[in-house]
Every structure is written in C-alpha cells, then in structure tokens.
Design a protein around this ligand. Sequence first.
Ligand SMILES: [Zn+2]
Length: 220
Amino acid sequence: MSKKLFLNIIGLALIAMTFTMCKSQSAVAPSTPDEALAELIAGNERYVSEKTIHPRGGMDRVKETAPHQAPFAAVVGCSDSRVPVELLFDQGIGDIFVILTAGNNVNSEMVMGSVDYAIEHLGVKVLLVLGHGSCGGVTGAITEGEHEHGNIGHLLSTIRNDVSEYVGKTDSLEAAIHHHAHVQVERILSYPHVSEKIEKGELLVKQAYYDVNTGKVTIY
Ligand SMILES: [Zn+2]
C-alpha cells in the first residue's frame, strides 16, 4: 500500500468517526417517559463524574430547533444561580422546558399555565419538580420574625402556606425543602388532564432534589 493511499484511508476513517460523533450529539429524543427519565439521570451522572458531553449545544442545533421546539422533559426548578438545569442534566438546546420560580412553587395560574403548556402542547415525557439544598425561598418561608413586604412577602407567604408545619423549625430545612417539592407534585397531579396522561403511560411527574454540595440529583 502506498503512503498516499494509507493517508487517504486514515483521512476517510477520521471523517467517518467525526460524522458518527456528530450524529450521536443530536441523538434521537427519548420516546417514552421511562427513556426520558433515564436520559436525565444519565446526564446528571455524566455531570457529577465530570464526563459531560455538552450535547446539542452548537449552531447546528440552534438552526435545527429554530422553527419549533420539542423538548422531551420539563423541569420546575428554583430561581437559583447554583441550579443550572441544562448543565446539571448535561442536556442541550431544545431538550428541557425549564420553568423557574423562587422556591419552585407552582401555586399560581401563570406557573401552572407554563406547566400545562409543556405537558399539553409540547408533549414532554417527564416533568420534574426540582427542589435543592440551601434553598433561600424555603428558608425565608419557614423563618419566623419580621417578614418581607411587597412582592417578596407575597412570594414567601405562598411558599409558607405549603410548609406551614415547618415555620419556626429552621433546623428542619432539608425536610421542609423535600415537603415543599412534594406538595408541588401533588398539586400538579391533582389536575385530571395530568393524571390522565400518566394513566395512559404518556407522562411521568416526579419529585427530585439537587444537592448543591455534590451536584447529584435524586429522583423520588
Ligand atoms: Zn431555592
């Protein structure tokens, strides 16, 4: 074999490998709720073990998703700079429909409208309510004493209504965070159109928790 032919073969092999890797970046979206949940779990495992692949984050994906979005998951998370949803699940553009409110509370028509949009119109396969450690929203809600007024006061009282048994028990913050996320899941499940989708096997709604110390997400 001539040196030139050998180099051509190596070149073609490299092009084929690059093509295969690019294809895997825009992998077929999960088609079932179980697959969707597994994809989120796998992405978080890559994140925790520092083996992220940052899939579907390039300009080709920007162009691919420009006409319409078809995310496979929705996450109701907390407005907290330490909980970057796409990063911690190692997902890309158009993969996750992210709804953020301080304290990941869904007790408003605005937020539930967004949840409904994700479920009804976008057809997400899995929805997580993602609480997290050191949550300032839940901390503020269960702290007794002089409370904030105005919009922040309204926000904290909304959360407080869902964790009333923990008010004054700041040493039970972790339990309050879990309970608060659980109440949001129950609230979402109380809507018949949501429970019907679950019964048909078209949707999973799960409570989850992000550990700000380790980066690990636990699904309940
Ligand atoms: Zn929070």
